[in-house]
Design a protein around this ligand. Structure first.
Ligand code: ADP
Ligand code: ZN
Length: 433
């Protein structure tokens, strides 16, 4: 193993016993802060909970879940635990409708967040000699400032390029010798197209060596494609604004799941229907507790993200448990003809098919009183073929998707570049029913 692979070796390799002890201590502290917020104060009083209610980290189950709706209905200050003068920044979650949710941070919270992001980057070999270019939107979206401060904390030369303007992104990459890029997976695919348009080859014409991709669900097949497109390794980064943003869980160089930083977040996996805890290895909804936040601790937050805890130890030596890549969100799932379908089931099939491009769209609509699932997928550029082969490809995708999701799709192969492009989080499903 490479020497010096840890940012905070002592914390990252804590024994299970010591990790649980630290979690319990931090839970009590978080509980103390939370008790000062109007929302949790009332809850704890009603249930008679005090710091002494927790003799063991599993006692966390005495606390009810917190949901996105709880955050919305107590918008904006209901969960704030410190006097506002101690809060120095707020962020809001990205795309959803209705009342937004807002998360407040103290100086301590921001320092701890930056440290976690630095830890993530360090774990995949990023060092202070690197040039880190961030293609996230800056502003309320946590992928911007979250990575900015994390990369600065690590000492990288950090380029806040922000979202969009791909030609300028590529110019920056070349001018500043960018070695690491952070991007949404859908956007990397876009960038690769623009490289081609500019007749540049990222392998030859840039110093790129590492990609960090995250913020939206993507399959292993999509990741492998992205790695081939840019000729570098792409590491999966998971986070959500309710738990700061990026820096919650991150793949190490082994790429066998994402280490969830258990000194800062306590993970549980529950059955989303019965709300009962599930043992390691079983897929369910991820529930997270912030253990190291002061301004707005959130306890047992139902992320709506579906994953499992991967049993066993990672060869890298970190003891913090790994989560599997996110399979989708409970609210991404759509039901058609009585079948529950996640977009990732379809993406997996499209992305392992060599003739298809990287962009696709699933449209649900009602045709003659029956529900129909239309899957449009772009063909790979320069894919020229005669009608017979396209027909065969359509048939193949039809069968594979039908076997996987148990609903017969309508498949439409479309020209490269003809589906809506994604600069931000990709829209994969349009429901017109
Ligand atoms: P919003 O909930 O409005 O999208 P966020 O910006 O906080 O707000 O997004 C967090 C969500 O993004 C996560 O709950 C998860 O669904 C998704 N996400 C973030 N990172 C990843 C990732 N690496 N893989 C899959 N999904 C991710
Ligand atoms: Zn590891």
């Amino acid at each position: 193993m490479e020497m010096n692979v840890f940012w905070e070796e002592e914390l990252e390799t804590l024994s299970l016993r010591d990790l649980k002890r630290l979690q319990l201590r931090r839970l009590k502290t978080a509980f103390g802060y939370a008790s000062q917020s109007p929302y949790y104060r009332v809850m704890f009083q009603r249930l008679g909970l005090t710091a002494d209610s927790f003799g063991d980290i599993e006692d966390i189950r005495k606390i009810p879940f917190t949901t996105k709706d709880d955050l919305r209905s107590h918008y904006p200050y209901g969960l704030v635990a410190l006097p506002l003068r101690e809060a120095v920044r707020l962020h809001s979650s990205s795309g959803t409708t209705g009342r937004p949710t807002v998360i407040f941070h103290s100086r301590h919270d921001l320092a701890s967040w930056a440290n976690l992001v630095a830890r993530c980057l360090y774990s995949v070999g990023v060092r202070d000699t690197d040039v880190f270019q961030n293609t996230s939107g800056y502003g309320m979206f946590t992928g911007g400032l979250g990575f900015q401060y994390g990369a600065e904390r690590l000492g990288c030369l950090t380029v806040p390029a922000a979202a969009g303007n791909s030609r300028r992104q590529i110019k920056f990459m070349r001018d500043f010798g960018t070695t690491v890029i952070h991007a949404i997976p859908g956007y990397v695919v876009r960038l690769a197209d623009v490289f081609r348009e500019m007749e540049l080859d990222p392998r030859r014409d840039t110093n790129l060596k590492t990609l960090v991709i995250g913020a939206e669900p993507h399959t292993e097949e999509q990741r492998r494609r992205i790695e081939t497109l840019l000729g570098v390794k792409a590491f999966n980064s998971y986070g959500l604004s309710e738990m700061n943003g990026p820096g919650v869980a991150f793949e190490c160089t082994h790429q066998t799941g994402l280490h969830l930083w258990e000194d800062a977040f306590y993970p549980e996996i529950i059955d989303p229907d019965t709300l009962e805890p599930l043992p390691d290895g079983n897929t369910g909804e991820l529930v997270l507790t912030s253990l190291d936040r002061q301004a707005m601790p959130i306890l047992r937050y139902r992320t709506r993200d579906l994953t499992r805890i991967i049993p066993g130890r990672c060869p890298c030596g970190r003891t913090h448990r790994r989560i599997d890549r996110i399979k989708g969100r409970t609210d991404d799932m759509f039901i058609i003809k009585g079948c529950n379908i996640f977009p990732m089931q379809i993406e997996k099939i499209l992305m392992k098919t060599p003739e298809t491009g990287n962009n696709y769209l699933i449209t649900l609509k009602t045709v003659h009183q029956a529900d129909e699932m239309l899957v449009e997928v772009e063909l790979k550029e320069l894919f020229t073929d005669n009608y017979g082969n396209l027909e065969k490809l359509t048939q193949k995708l039809y069968q594979e998707i039908r076997d996987e999701v148990l609903v017969a799709p309508r498949i439409k192969l479309v020209e490269p570049g003809s589906l809506p492009k994604n600069d931000g989080k990709a829209v994969r499903v349009v429901d017109l029913r």
